[in-house]
Ligand binder design. Structure first.
Ligand code: GAL
Length: 956
């Protein structure tokens, strides 16, 4: 910190202290029988370019703000037409000179007047507090002309005692909010910088005799089945829990038989804390969190986190989330088998935690702390290692813990994210451990785990996670004794993440590995009138990180992406596999629950169509148990069809989060294999002038390209190896030299030239010999197309032989053809319903599927390769039927891969007059290299000799 001094009314902006005037933090609760008044709504608003552009006369009573604009509170002014958002990942968008901030410091004056409701108690000088649940980044507050204080800590609650200032009518609340403050140095999370009063503002009556704070301690002893409840309060009162017959004084423990709380069975008991002044409803969950035998255990059992990192996001309202959006998140998580949330990287809106308690999610509650930008200077001047900042860090820790301490869902406190190491973090951890012995502490940034109860990492490769699981990773003595959590992995940016199933297998193989949290829950795209969804740079930011802010399992509108569908399958709590001798093996993968909440169905499918089905009786296996359950006899094998069996686990009854019949897990396995019908060549190519005909097909005699079949005009198939690179292909700038997207482009795979060597029409086949290669390089793909026909059907065999020294895998290997735009309805037998790639195909179910071409596109915010369907046996579209030998990857779109490749937003893509169809023999894996490892070796598409066939026909 430099020794600059100045004396202005805005000194507090650059003050490292957390603020002045606010009350000590305390437990948050949505409501009690004490009166409250929401001050959300329309506020008068004035934006100034600097912190000191305006004096504070606006806070005085009688000030006329009639010509000011209006904004909605909660909200961010930059999303309401005043200024614009800025996105950076870890770089501070201002010079790093803590605690100083730019002179250009957008400052929003917020003003509203309010009357107290007629029935407001104690009108004259009674107790009341004004609560701000979240203001970014720093605010100074006046009520009725009196300066009541200022605060920092954007995603934390701050309360002020205001009873003595209130009037029955005409109260004037003035809030000055600065975009930048010393606090911004502590809030360098990878997200949009969004100033404003973005969470609720509430006036709360505080009756005489009401508690200042209370702490609900509710533990569970799994050896006795009893829970012990003790509610500590600074004011004496009684605690009642009718369902448990509990009626005790505060501070007194009581032990009773209970059903424990877990994320799988979130049993809450309604209670009341009654003090002389207030009755506060309690929702009590009994559970005990412990580090035991080197594992995170709840109620005596180790957990496996199947988690996500959740930033708060709404495409129009930013981080100002309404209750419906919070509920939508929780329901989507539960319906996708997610059992845990890390509230990256700040405490969420407190009501979100009520939902986690109620619906059942394990929560790592993370403090609002990140100083990642200091990494640019080798962490020099890092506030977390500078005693002057420690009070601010402790204030943040205390505000999180005190606010959220009564939530059973919160099992772990996190000190923050990517803040390096330092004394401040140690001070936070010590304070938290002393204040709350009932939970564990997490922090990823210290490899020595000095302050934490678990070893946490982000984006470690599969191999490294495996080594950690085996205890071969070394580290300090303390670290070696700790359980492992992958607090971020599987970067869900664009198409992907790949490799989820492989991680899950490793997590399940080693006790020390207690699962992970996918990065991240939702794309932070901002709805934009011209661009669809905006990302970094779309608002003219001079420094930005582009679409790195769109890396979620949900699209900005909360539609699940294929990544979420894949994750749901990979983490399903019941595993269903083919077993021996006509059985299905069912394994309960819950940590606590038995399978009694699930019903099972089976079906046999012949060529993808269900021919027999029924319900299956599966024992109520306990957590961890397996059974081989006998299946009914499969249908008779007539040798002409492929038979598969699908077994599904469904909710047997309605739950709070999904209706009866909701599919929780499934498994599918082959009963009799596929036997494609051979095409016996019966026709010979016939050359007439510029055409060659072969059975139902017509070719251009000069190029050898197919032009029509059975009257269906087309742009004939030819080799295609390019895909519009995905974010994971391209990799992040700091990633290793295996950024294939970049290397592919350097090699020229996006501009391959097709040299025609021969068109041979003698004998029973039309043979077209070509060499496909990029300019300026010696590598190439010798490619031979061999066409035969039985008179009705046309068979193409493509033989590819790499020439030269190929050092890179191929993006894809197959053919691309064009059909008229009228080709729209697609029917296929193969994997679906959604897209899949080699390392993202767990959720691809082999069946009969149908879609429009437009419906097959996956709307990644930044357009890129998408929409492939895996394991396709045959597809019909545009009057054509295409069978593959072997099964193939199918893609259809109304633009070319090249157009897809150059588009920056979905709105750049406009349908042309051709439907472009890719029939791929191979696709390169997806991986997670946009921030993590690339595809595993088994998902590489190596340039090696390959042969594959397609049979084209025009069904009657
Ligand atoms: C992590 C960080 C996240 C996010 C992610 C990449 O390092 O903790 O906040 O930036 O990388 O998207």
């Amino acid at each position: 910190m430099s020794a600059r001094t100045s004396v202005t009314a805005t000194d507090y902006v650059e003050d490292v202290s957390p603020g002045s005037g606010a009350l000590p933090p305390r437990a948050w609760y949505a409501s009690s029988d004490a009166a409250s008044l929401s001050l959300n709504g329309s506020w008068r608003f004035r934006l100034s370019p600097t912190a000191d552009a305006q004096d504070d006369s606006f806070a005085e009573q009688g000030y006329d703000a009639g010509d000011w604009a209006q904004v909605t509170v909660p909200g961010h002014w930059v999303l309401q037409g005043h200024g614009s958002p800025v996105y950076t990942n870890h770089l501070y968008p201002f010079p790093v000179d803590p605690p100083h901030v730019p002179t250009d410091n957008p400052t929003g004056d917020h003003l509203r007047s309010f009357d107290l409701p007629e029935d407001w108690p104690d009108l004259d000088g009674g107790g009341a507090v004004l609560r701000f649940d979240g203001v970014e980044s720093c605010a100074r507050v006046w009520l009725n002309g009196t300066d009541i204080g200022e605060f920092k800590g954007s995603r934390l609650a701050h309360e002020f005692a205001v009873g003595h200032l209130l009037r029955p009518a005409g109260n004037v609340l003035a809030v000055r909010v600065h975009q930048w403050s010393a606090g911004s140095y502590l809030e360098d999370q990878d997200q949009w910088w969004l100033p404003g009063v973005f969470r609720d503002v509430t006036l709360l009556h505080r009756p005489a005799g009401s508690a200042l704070d209370f702490f609900v301690h509710a533990s569970y002893d799994h050896t006795t089945g009893e829970g012990t409840l003790r509610v500590d309060s600074d004011v004496d009162g009684r605690v009642t829990v009718p369902d448990l017959g509990v009626d005790v004084a505060t501070g007194e423990p009581v032990t009773v038989p209970v059903e424990p709380w877990t994320a799988e069975s979130p049993r809450l008991y309604d209670g009341v804390l009654a003090t002389e002044g207030e009755r506060i409803p309690l929702r009590i969950g009994f559970r005990t969190v412990r580090l035991a035998d080197g594992l995170i255990q709840v109620n005596g059992r180790p957990l496996l986190f199947k988690g996500v990192n959740r930033h708060e996001w709404h495409p129009e309202r930013g981080r100002a989330l309404d209750p419906a959006t919070m509920l939508a998140d929780v329901l989507l998580m539960k319906r996708h088998n997610i059992n845990a949330v890390r509230t990256s990287h700040y405490p969420p809106h407190p009501a979100f935690l009520d939902l986690c308690d109620e619906y059942g999610l394990w929560v790592i509650d993370e403090c609002d702390l990140e100083t990642h930008g200091f990494t640019e200077q080798g962490w020099r001047d890092n506030p977390v290692d500078d005693d002057r900042w420690t009070p601010a860090l402790l204030d943040r820790a205390a505000r999180m813990v005190e606010r959220d301490k009564n939530h059973p869902s919160v099992v772990v406190w996190s000190l923050g994210n990517e803040a390096g190491t330092g004394r401040g973090l140690t001070a936070m951890a010590e304070w938290i451990h002393a204040r709350d012995t009932s939970r564990l502490v997490h922090y990823e940034g210290d490899p020595d785990c000095r302050d934490t109860d678990m070893y946490a990492r982000m984006y470690a490769s599969h191999a490294e996670v495996e080594r950690i699981g085996q205890g071969l990773d070394g580290g300090t003595r303390k670290r070696r004794r700790l359980p492992f959590v992958l607090c971020e992995y599987a970067h869900a940016m664009g198409n992907g993440p790949g490799g989820l199933a492989d991680y899950q297998r490793i997590f399940e193989a080693h006790d020390r590995l207690q699962g992970g949290f996918v990065w991240e829950w939702i794309d932070h795209g901002i709805r934009h009138p011209e661009l669809g969804y905006a990302y970094g740079g779309d608002f003219g930011e001079e420094l930005h990180d582009s679409n790195f802010v769109c890396d979620g399992l949900l699209f900005p509108d909360r539609e699940p992406s294929p990544g979420l569908v894949e994750y749901k399958k990979v983490i399903e709590p019941v595993r269903i596999e083919g077993g021996p001798d006509g059985t299905v093996r069912v394994t309960n993968r819950y940590d606590f629950a038995d399978l009694s909440a699930l019903a099972f169905t089976w079906s046999y499918e012949r060529d993808g169509e269900s021919v027999e089905s029924g319900t299956l009786s599966v024992p109520a296996l306990a957590a961890g148990e397996s059974a081989d359950v006998k299946l009914p006899q499969p249908p008779e094998d007539r040798g002409d069809a492929e038979t598969r069996c699908t077994v599904r686990a469904l909710l047997a009854a309605d739950t709070a989060w999904a209706p009866r019949g909701h599919v929780v897990g499934w498994g599918q396995f082959a009963v009799t294999p596929r036997t494609p019908v051979p095409v016996a060549p019966a026709e010979r190519p016939v050359r007439t002038d510029d055409r060659i005909t072969l059975g139902p097909a017509v070719f251009d005699a000069r190029t050898g390209r197919l032009t029509s079949i059975g009257g269906v005009e087309l742009t004939g198939p030819r080799l295609d190896v390019w895909r519009a690179t995905t974010d994971n292909d391209d990799g992040a700038p700091w990633q290793s030299d295996t950024r294939h997207g970049v290397l592919w482009r350097q090699l020229g795979l996006h501009r391959m030239q097709h040299r025609l060597d021969a068109v041979e029409s003698g004998g029973e086949a039309l043979t077209v010999r070509t060499r496909v290669a990029p300019a300026a390089r010696e590598v190439g793909l010798d490619t031979v197309y061999r066409w035969t026909s039985d008179g009705h059907r046309l068979r193409l065999t493509v033989s590819v032989t790499p020439e030269g020294e190929w050092k890179l895998p191929l993006p894809r290997l197959g053919v691309r053809l064009g059909l008229p735009a009228s080709a729209d309805l697609v029917r296929w037998f193969g994997g679906g319903p959604g897209e899949a790639y080699p390392d993202t195909k767990s959720a691809s179910l082999v069946s009969r599927w149908e879609s429009r071409v437009d419906g097959m596109q996956t709307p990644y915010v930044r357009p890129q390769e998408n929409g492939a369907r895996a394991d396709v046996r045959w597809v019909e579209l545009g009057g054509l039927r295409i069978e593959g030998e072997p099964e193939f990857w199918f893609t259809a779109r109304r633009w070319t891969a090249e157009q897809l490749d150059t588009a920056a937003h979905l709105t750049d893509l406009t349908p042309g007059d051709t439907v472009w169809v890719n029939l791929d023999h191979g696709q390169h894996g997806i991986g997670s290299q946009s921030c993590g490892p690339g595809p595993l070796p088994q998902y590489f598409l190596h340039a090696e000799p390959a042969e594959f066939s397609f049979v084209f026909s025009v069904p009657d």
